[in-house]
Design a protein around this ligand. Structure first.
Ligand SMILES: C[S@@+](CC[C@H](N)C(=O)[O-])C[C@H]1O[C@@H](n2cnc3c(N)ncnc32)[C@H](O)[C@@H]1O
Length: 169
């Protein structure tokens, strides 16, 4: 796995209002390349819930990030709402995902995207990068409003989806 570049990191985070966001969620941090930048920008009163399924990555993250605003969770991304509830939180302002969605079985994609959409408050954003447009139709089913940008300055070049829920549907 090649860690994401600083160009992709900047693109992933550029549409998040860190000044007003109090609850952020990261899915699939791997070695924590995005996590590090999110923590730099995180409001002093905000919390970041980080879901990593791989045991080795999870363990390394616990050694690397000791910030009290960060809650590291060794569980799968579809369980977001369980952990929000456990931590007395109602909704998230943004979900930042580097999950390889297109490689997942359709049922898992639907569960993860459904949970992410459910946890977002009004104006909440789901931000996902992918190396192809294969997951677009699945994102379309869940989020009413999707903007796609592209960064060639990453290896491999990546698409960034910034999605918002249509609250009336
Ligand atoms: C492509 S890596 C991204 C790493 C890093 N964020 C980056 O951009 O360089 C995807 C990560 O998602 C994790 N992952 C895969 N399935 C997951 C799931 N269901 N829940 C949480 N994390 C998962 C993997 O263990 C891996 O660390």
């Amino acid at each position: 796995m090649t860690p994401s570049s600083r160009f992709l990191t900047l693109k992933m985070l550029e549409n998040i209002d860190f000044e007003s966001s109090r609850i952020l969620i990261e899915l699939g941090p791997g070695n924590g390349v995005f996590t590090e930048k999110i923590i730099e920008k995180l409001h002093p009163e905000a919390k970041l819930l980080v879901f990593e399924l791989n045991e080795q990555f999870y363990h390394a993250l616990t050694q690397k990030f000791k910030d009290p605003r960060v809650i590291l969770i060794h569980d799968s991304a579809e369980n977001i709402n369980e952990y929000l509830q456990q931590n007395g939180m109602n909704h998230a302002d943004a979900v930042i995902s580097s999950l390889p969605l297109a490689n997942f079985p359709i049922e898992l994609q639907e569960k993860i995207l459904g949970s992410a959409a459910e946890c977002l408050g009004e104006n909440g954003k789901y931000i996902q990068f992918q190396y192809s447009l294969m997951s677009k139709k699945n994102l379309d089913k869940v989020f009413g409003d999707i903007k796609i940008t592209f960064t060639p300055l990453n290896f491999p070049p990546a698409f960034i989806y910034t999605c918002q829920r249509n609250m009336t549907s």
